[in-house]
Design a protein around this ligand. Structure first.
Ligand SMILES: Cc1cc2nc3c(=O)[nH]c(=O)nc-3n(C[C@H](O)[C@H](O)[C@H](O)COP(=O)(O)OP(=O)(O)OC[C@H]3O[C@@H](n4cnc5c(N)ncnc54)[C@H](O)[C@@H]3O)c2cc1C
Length: 410
């Protein structure tokens, strides 16, 4: 459709899933003039989950969406003093904590704090809780959703941000279960005052034989987030709320660096988590339906990029959709997929590789340590990526007649 024949009707997007990917996508498309509703199966966006790291590649997008102050108020800056260690606590090397410009845009965040900040920036009424999506259909004119509560919704575009077990994924590709990595993650939070000597502004990773342990601060530094990654044949369902066995966690790291042992003595309770991912899907889109976040590219957490990539997805989609017509949606979502997979296919694979490094799965650990020493180059390239600029450049190249897209700030 050319600019003269474009209708003036605003595009309507329906997002399924009110996790980080869904809410960030709603913020991004809303800022670009698209009417958006988010349908979340849970009755409330609760205080569940633990920590996440938000890196410069996503933080610069969130700041442009006007969330800078809100995130600064609840995030915990992580920077100098971030290090990799062997299991005994000897230092392997420093961790790169800035992009190439030197910007240390990194926060440890409680998942609930990030969700709340995103939700607060949406227009009241945008989020429809208690809506579990159970059906999708589409025709040339629109897409329609069916919910377990009997309601329905119609939109020009459906964004499926419904996580690794996406109910909508089967409308795009043949259903397959996610792959279990053989690793269970024990996660939890400890009050800062329980560990007064801890290096709180740092991310720290201890790499042992088949296991690793990680800490970083969240919630303005008042809480320390820890994760113990332990091999387990029994696949554990992923969940933000499955209660783990703290004794089993502590015994998994017996004899490690005394700092780790001391921290685990302070743990009262924890959650656990089976770690799953998927190989890149054959496709992310079908007509008016686009998968986003874990629904599109579930990855292991060993680069800390799952939520960061979900945020990037939403920004890319928003730039491509701005000012477009409903009839163009099927073509736009294909462009979105092409643009995003060039990045996420690589990150999915690199996340697996990094897990091997952290779990010391190397015949020669000197080789692992050399890779860790050089890893800063890859981290900086991850952090430097500006998805908004990339999507705008894509549009300028492919649709030079458009007066859009614009850069929007604040
Ligand atoms: C141990 C661990 C550590 C991690 N650390 C990091 C990190 O440091 N940094 C990082 O960026 N990422 C990290 N991740 C990954 C990150 O948590 C995920 O990639 C991210 O949360 C995915 O967001 P999402 O919105 O795609 O999916 P989800 O967060 O899974 O959200 C999906 C939402 O959809 C809803 N939903 C599901 N089905 C339906 C339905 N049928 N109808 C309506 N709603 C539905 C769910 O209730 C949920 O609210 C980590 C993950 C793990 C396991």
């Amino acid at each position: 459709m050319n600019d003269q024949t474009r209708s003036t009707k605003r595009l309507r997007a329906a997002v399924v899933g009110g996790g980080i990917g869904g809410l960030a996508a709603a913020c991004a498309v809303g800022r670009r003039g698209i009417d958006v509703l988010v349908f979340e199966q849970a009755e409330t966006l609760g205080e569940i989950g633990a920590g996440l790291t938000i890196f410069p590649n996503a933080l610069r997008q969130l700041e442009r969406m006007g969330l800078g102050e809100a995130l600064a108020a609840v995030g915990a800056k992580i920077g100098d003093g971030s290090e990799y260690y062997r299991a005994d606590g000897t230092v392997v090397g420093p961790m790169t904590m800035s992009d190439s410009s030197g910007w240390n845009g990194i926060y440890g965040m409680h998942r609930a704090d990030l969700l709340n900040a995103l939700a607060a920036s949406l227009r009241p009424g945008t989020i429809r809780a208690g809506h579990r999506c159970i059906g999708f259909e589409q025709d040339d004119a629109a897409a329609r959703l069916k919910f377990a509560n009997g309601e329905t919704a119609e939109a020009d575009l459906v964004i499926a941000a419904d996580g690794i077990h996406s109910a909508l994924q089967r409308y795009v590709v043949a259903p397959t279960p996610p792959e279990y990595s053989g690793v269970r993650a024990y996660r939890g939070l400890i009050a800062r005052e329980k560990l007064p000597d801890w290096r709180h502004e740092a991310q720290q990773v201890w790499m042992g034989d088949g296991k690793h342990f990680m800490t970083y601060p969240v919630r303005s530094g008042r809480l320390l987030n820890y994760v113990g990654f332990v091999p387990s044949k029994n696949a554990t369902a992923e969940s933000w709320s499955a209660v783990g066995d703290r004794d089993e966690l502590a015994s998994s790291f017996d004899g490690w660096d005394p700092r780790v042992v001391r921290l685990l003595e302070a743990v009262e309770s924890c959650f656990w988590w089976g770690l799953y991912d998927r190989m890149p899907l054959q496709s992310w889109t079908n007509g008016r339906l686009a998968l986003l976040g874990d629904a599109a590219h579930a990855m292991l957490p060993h680069l800390g990029q799952g939520a960061n990539q979900a945020i990037e997805d939403g920004v890319a989609l928003a730039v491509l959709l701005e000012g477009q017509d409903s009839a163009d949606v099927p073509d736009i979502v294909q462009q979105y997929e092409k643009l995003r997979r060039a990045r996420t296919d690589v990150i999915q694979a690199e996340a697996r590789k990094n897990g091997q490094r952290y779990d010391s799965k190397y015949a020669n650990l000197d080789q692992r340590d050399r890779e860790i020493a050089n890893f800063g180059v890859f981290r900086r390239s991850l952090f430097d990526y500006d998805v908004e600029k990339v999507a705008i450049a894509h549009l300028r190249e492919n649709q030079p007649s458009l007066d859009r897209p614009r850069e929007i700030r604040g």
